[in-house]
Design a protein around this ligand. Structure first.
Ligand code: HSE
Length: 415
């Protein structure tokens, strides 16, 4: 099979590298060589592949020898047009581009079906972690009720460093940028958009239908402070940016937000740039996938595994994907959490209001006071719907005249 790579950046050049490093093994597995014929890029490229460079996509589209196209350009345009044209010519397409899969996935899947070829996107979520194929193949007989993951390495690295060093978010971000772990423009990662797109893909997989990442409540990690981290440490918890989807009968819940998790949560030990994805099925119970969610060779490895699948199934549409029907996502207020509420002043004279508005009748009031702090205390609420919690928080401020400095969602009950 002759292939073309569109976009020779970190991932695209990584794909060429993996094809070279594991050439013999790949040929043995697929029964024929996978031969790189073209590289499409706007820029000159150095190294072994420079003689394969083309600047015009039509050369790839019009070459009947090319049966498989890898899209690692990123962004939606012109990636969408190139992928669509490739599928319409009956060429299989493999992509790592989550923005494309999120925005145009269902359309491209249906074009692939129409032309009896495949559109595979394993690398778009979880990098080198085989989450997509696991869900479609290994869990094909499961009703998935929840998929919750640490889906972004950059933010997980920052949150891990903040915990270990006690430093502020800003200082940790600058340090991560200096070390090359965070982009110079870090917004897509730290504001949660990267996680939100991946979460939308997971929800589409869990529901079998299409959704919009714009409809998923998305909160990044900019507002996680060193004091928040201190409370989490005091409680033996980790703060993690989670992307979560839940399917409850015909209702769909999803969010992206920093959440405090306990040691019982399988995601608790996922530190640094690693990703973890917890999957819950009705018969399966809970499993977790763990590994490198980003990086050149891990992500390229997932692309290559899709390429192998495409060659193995070159004469049939594999049915990995979801329908074009759009689903509604329940509002954030209908998700339930515990909340760590950081309240101005000392606990003594507001105990009744705390009990009344944040705790069940049977829960004792245990204020959390960090060493040396007299200006604030915190309380961990019982599980409440977010809409109720926000109303009660407002009522608490009005009744007591005390400010709530900040709150953090927590999940005390996951294991
Ligand atoms: N910037 C992403 C991360 C890369 O940090 O995980 C993969 O989407």
């Amino acid at each position: 099979m002759k292939v073309a790579i569109m976009g020779y950046g970190t991932i695209g050049s990584g794909v060429a590298e993996v094809l070279r490093i594991n050439q013999d093994q790949i040929q043995r597995k697929v029964g024929e060589p996978i031969e790189l014929k073209y590289v499409l890029d706007r820029n000159e490229i150095a190294g072994e592949d420079h003689d394969k460079l083309v600047l015009d996509f039509n050369i790839i589209a019009e070459d009947p020898e090319v049966g498989l196209v890898v899209e690692t350009m990123g962004g939606i345009h012109p990636a969408y047009e190139f992928v669509k044209a490739s599928l319409e010519k009956g060429k299989h397409v493999v992509t790592s581009n989550k923005a494309l899969v999120d925005a145009m996935g269902s359309k491209l899947i249906s074009i692939a079906k129409e032309h009896n070829c495949n559109f595979f996107f394993e690398a778009s979520v979880g990098g080198g972690i085989p989450v997509i194929r696991t869900i479609y193949h290994n869990y094909a007989g499961e009703k998935l009720t929840e998929i919750t993951g640490i889906l972004n390495g950059t933010t997980n690295y920052i949150l891990t460093k903040m915990r270990d060093s006690g430093a502020s978010f800003e200082d940790t971000l600058h340090e991560a940028q200096k070390l090359g772990y965070a982009e110079r423009d870090p917004s897509a990662d730290i504001d949660g958009f990267d996680t939100s797109r991946k979460t939308a893909i997971l929800l589409s997989m869990a529901s079998g239908n299409r959704c919009r990442h714009e409809d998923i409540y998305t909160e990044g990690i900019r507002n996680v402070s060193a004091i928040d981290v201190e409370y989490a440490k005091f409680l033996g918890m980790n703060i993690r940016l989670l992307g979560s989807v839940q399917v409850v009968e015909d209702k769909y819940f999803a969010y992206v937000a920093p959440i405090m998790i306990t040691k019982n949560d399988p995601l608790y030990p996922v530190d640094g740039v690693f990703n973890g994805i917890r999957i819950v099925g009705n018969c399966l119970g809970t499993t977790m996938l763990y590994g490198m969610g980003a990086g050149k060779l891990p992500t390229a490895s997932a692309v290559v595994s899709d390429m192998i699948a495409a060659v193995r199934h070159q004469h049939e549409f594999q049915g990995i994907g979801w329908s074009e029907k759009m689903i509604d996502i329940e509002p954030m207020g209908s998700n339930a959490f515990n909340y760590l509420v950081r309240i101005e002043g000392t606990p003594d004279d507001v105990a009744n209001e705390v009990k009344d508005l944040f705790l069940n009748d049977t829960t004792a009031f245990h204020p959390i006071v960090l060493d040396g702090r007299t200006d604030e205390f915190a309380v961990m609420t019982d599980v409440m719907f977010e809409s109720d919690f926000k109303e009660n928080m407002k009522e608490f401020e009005e009744k007591t005249g005390r400010r709530v400095f900040h709150f953090l969602r927590a999940e005390l009950g996951k294991d």
